[in-house]
Design a protein around this ligand. Structure first.
Ligand code: FCB
Length: 452
């Protein structure tokens, strides 16, 4: 007989007492108010205006209008029972040109958001750079392509830490530098849409320098937890052949070790440097020491795995749990395996799953319900996988579902829906999906297990 489906309480029972439940968003994807109160363009505002870049031709001028609706969005977080909320600060909102004058009206928005979170008893976890570089820095010197961006980012980080550090549960320097570098500069899918492998790796090095310099610059201003958020898509060979294994090793090198090695070991992986040849980045003396800062947490985002076949035609396996609306395979086991590996190989500081979630073609049906049984299943499977990793020794302290709201999914525009809340973009109406009810029940069960 098939096993009974675990209830939210069954899932909650498997997590440690102090485990933190959260949800995540980012500034460019939800805020809107793109040119209000002194905010200037980021590279994403600019990219959206280029023909053919965004699948539905949309932009982020309004997005979820969270800039104006944040109070009610915080109410929704409270209804969910969230202990923590992860969001990002838009650099060009608080420092429109990326250097020079601060924009007080921009900082005031984040102060209001922090007030609302504090009143709701929700911890704030901030990311400083979730891909929205001030466009002015591209005009000034080429943005991420030039290392002049490094001290400017460190100055912005220090200012945020000075003003808000005491009110924040954590500060992450960067979100997913692999995406900024590779999707932005090698595959041209993300802003600024370049297609050069050499540029991508030079940019990845500058991003890592930004991380190190920012951590160093923030320390004197705050005692809050500092870290970085990395994304990894673990690679698996389609067949147990030498060729597939070699391809997996390179993929693992560019995707996983290229970031974890410098951050935790102070060097780039030698096999990837060889693979890159002339496209390897220019590294100056002292750079790697700057990158390898002591950290207080590691944020990991996990969505899917990558199966690599070198055969012709490629060997394709059936996906046991299917695919999401992004076309990404649902494969929870890789979350367990990856966490156990990172714990063993890098002995990182405490880990937070800073993103995990799925896109689903959700719509509001009768009586304001959104039936997203697929997302409930995704959540259940991934939380079970996470629990297994913790049992096997991975030191994971919290989980942030991506995302609180349906939002602007980068080059997919508004076509992909990841939210616990459905957003009707014509009216800005939010509707709790069935998964939001499930997550709420699970969090409540976890809390009552702790005795209130
Ligand atoms: C991650 C991003 C996040 C969101 C999800 C689906 O790579 O960090 O902003 O787009 O993917």
């Amino acid at each position: 007989m098939a096993e009974p489906t675990p209830t939210p309480a069954d899932i909650a029972a498997g997590f440690p007492h102090a485990f933190v439940w959260g949800a995540a968003t980012s500034a460019a994807q939800i805020e809107g108010a793109a040119f209000e109160d002194g905010r200037a363009a980021s590279i994403w505002d600019r990219f959206c205006r280029e023909e053919g870049r965004i699948a539905d031709g949309s932009n982020i001028d309004v997005a979820c209008d969270h800039y104006h609706l944040f109070q009610q969005d915080v109410e929704r977080m409270k209804w969910l029972g969230l202990k923590a909320y992860r969001f990002s600060i838009s650099w060009s909102r608080v420092q429109p040109l990326g250097e020079g004058a601060w924009n007080e009206a921009g900082f005031a928005f984040y102060a209001r958001l922090l007030d609302a979170l504090e009143a709701a008893g929700i911890e704030a976890h901030v990311t400083l750079y979730h891909w929205d570089l001030p466009a002015a820095l591209e005009d000034a010197f080429g943005g991420l392509l030039d290392r002049r961006v490094v001290p400017l980012f460190a100055a912005y980080a220090a200012e945020v830490a000075r003003r808000f550090g005491a009110r924040l549960a954590s500060i992450a320097t960067l979100n997913e530098p692999w995406c900024s570098a590779t999707l932005g500069y090698e595959t041209a899918q993300f802003a600024p849409g370049h297609a050069s492998r050499a540029e991508a790796y030079q940019v990845s090095h500058h991003l890592l320098l930004m991380h190190g310099a920012a951590v160093q610059a923030m320390r004197p201003h705050t005692t809050t937890r500092l870290g970085i958020v990395l994304n990894h898509t673990p690679a698996y060979p389609a067949e147990p052949t030498e060729a597939d294994r070699r391809a997996v090793r390179i993929d693992d090198g560019t995707n996983v070790r290229w970031y974890l090695d410098p951050v935790f070991r102070g060097h780039y992986p030698a096999d990837v440097l060889t693979y890159l040849g002339a496209d390897a980045p220019r590294v100056e003396s002292g750079d790697l020491a700057l990158i390898q800062q002591p950290l207080d947490f590691l944020g990991l985002n996990y969505y899917t795995r990558h199966v690599i076949s070198t055969a012709t035609p490629a060997v394709v396996h059936e996906a046991l749990f299917g695919h999401t609306d992004m076309g990404w395979e649902i494969y929870p086991q890789a979350l367990s395996e990856f966490l156990v590996r990172v714990q063993r190989e890098y002995q990182p500081p405490p880990i937070f799953i800073t993103e995990n979630g799925m896109a689903n073609p959700d719509h509001v049906v009768r009586d304001g319900r959104v039936d997203d049984a697929q997302r409930i299943e995704y959540l259940r499977l991934h939380l079970q996988a996470l629990q297994r990793a913790i049992e096997l020794g991975a030191d994971v302290r919290g989980y942030f579902y991506w995302s609180l709201l349906d939002n602007f999914e980068w080059n997919s525009g508004y076509l992909r829906r990841f939210g616990l809340f459905h957003v009707d973009y014509a009216t800005q109406q939010r509707t709790a999906k069935d998964s939001a009810h499930w997550y709420r029940e699970m969090i409540a069960a976890h809390r009552s297990k702790q005795g209130g």
